[in-house]
Design a protein around this ligand. Sequence first.
Ligand code: HEC
Length: 126
Amino acid sequence: MSFRPFSLLLLAVACWQLPALAQQATSAASPVWPPVAEAAAPSQGEVLFAVTCGRCHRAGGMGTGILSRRPGMLAGGLLEQREDLIVPFVQTVVRRGIGNMPRISRGEVSDPELALIATYLAKGKK
Ligand code: HEC
């Protein structure tokens, strides 16, 4: 019976550790692991751009192809690599359409979604 106090001590230590263990389990269940990768996760604007504009405006898209043939166009026609886009320009183009780009209605892309996309493309410019 001399080991009894020792087992009680073990039990006490185990209970004391429980909250810490639970916390470890929750952070391990985080969708992005290791946590440092969260900073590199795509922004909401980038995800929305990929979904709604990507088929025309990423590499190989029709918009990229047409824009790359414009005189003086930099960045190979890729909107995401341009430094001259500002938020209101992107919003106006999307709502009115331009050349071969059809207008995109609020039913397809809401105003808050468009604001996120435009902010992403403008890279911080207003
Ligand atoms: C169906 C294909 C298509 C989709 C979808 C599309 N675009 Fe376009 N976009 C084009 C084409 C084509 C042009 C080039 C228009 C031209 O000059 O004829 C263009 C041009 C533009 C321009 C003008 C660039 C400039 O310098 O004049 C912007 C900004 C733009 N698109 C933003 C977007 C955004 C943001 C989305 C998503 C919300 C989007 N487009 C979705 C095809 C598309």
